[in-house]
Design a protein. Structure first.
Length: 164
């Protein structure tokens, strides 16, 4: 009887140790969350983690450009001439960031946690073409200092023309 009890206890101890090990393995597989970027129009906001990010390491221009061409899932409606506000985590602002539209950089690099594009008309008619119904914007963390050309992360959003 004593031998049977010791075998049962040993099996339980092994099972508990296995469960603890499996739990630690699952926790170690979790990724650290990336910095967040928020886009606000009027009273509406959407926020997301990075689509491409390597824990703050340089991902390179080619990967950043390819990632900025990915279509964002976080959607916000933008009425004509409405102010577009972008907020970034302080660590993104420390490096610097730029606004890209449809995979092309359209602003210089900002070193602020918040920037407001006043009365911008992103959906204006272009040379006889109808105004687009959607645009894809990206906030690209990039350091454009004279001695550096680093790209560290990309956050993607979908803007819908509220007036279309």
């Amino acid at each position: 009887m004593t031998t049977l009890q010791s075998v049962v206890r040993r099996r339980r101890a092994v099972a508990v140790a296995g469960a603890v090990s499996a739990g630690l393995l699952v926790l170690s597989a979790c990724d650290k969350p990336t910095p967040r970027v928020t886009v606000t129009v009027g009273r509406d906001s959407v926020s997301t983690e990075a689509a491409c990010y390597d824990d703050g390491n340089d991902i390179g221009r080619a990967k950043a450009t390819k990632c900025a061409l990915k279509k964002g899932d976080n959607t916000i409606k933008v009425p004509q001439s409405e102010t577009l506000r972008i907020g970034v985590d302080p660590e993104v602002a420390d490096t610097g960031w730029a606004l890209w539209i449809n995979g092309t950089q359209v602003t210089s690099v900002y070193k602020k946690t918040y920037y407001s594009f006043q009365g911008v008309d992103l959906f204006a008619d272009q040379q006889g073409q109808a105004a687009p119904k959607t645009l894809y914007i990206s906030v690209v963390e990039q350091n454009k200092a004279a001695e550096s050309d680093e790209f560290k992360g990309v956050w993607n959003f979908k803007l819908e023309n509220a007036d279309a």
